[in-house]
Design a protein. Structure first.
Length: 136
């Protein structure tokens, strides 16, 4: 009986993952250099969450060769409603590709309205300007 109970428990974990844990791609990032039309690879990005008036760092990563971070929110944690910010180290990126820039970093504040809401933050970047929007 104990062996059957353990087996049923393991099967349940396989077929019914936690409904509260953040999905693998709850938050994704994409950076495209508008001047070159190419992805901004190897750009440092930091994710923070505001809690009780203070900012807490949740994740730090670099964009891949396609300028993306597919799963930026920490796995196994809930992305709770509240205020978040993503900071792109654009100055470091432009220095590496030997271009001058007016913006040493770009910080985007955004609000999460539902727990584990699936969000995508694209950054369209040039040395002297940028734009963003809520993607899907």
């Amino acid at each position: 009986m104990i062996k059957i109970s353990r087996l049923m428990y393991l099967l349940a974990l396989t077929y019914f993952p936690s409904v509260h844990a953040a999905e693998v791609e709850t938050l994704s990032i994409h950076v495209l250099n508008q001047q070159t039309g190419l992805p901004s690879a190897d750009m440092p990005v930091k994710l923070e969450w505001q809690h009780n008036g203070a900012w807490t760092t949740l994740a730090e990563n670099k964009t891949d060769d396609d300028g993306r971070i597919h799963a930026f929110f920490p796995a196994g944690q809930d992305m709770l409603p509240g205020l978040y910010k993503v900071t792109f180290s654009t100055g470091e990126y432009f220095a590496r590709v030997q271009q001058k820039t007016f913006f040493p970093e770009v910080t985007i504040l955004f609000t999460v309205n539902r727990t584990n809401e699936k969000l995508h933050i694209p950054l369209l970047l040039s040395p002297y300007g940028y734009s963003t929007y809520k993607g899907s």
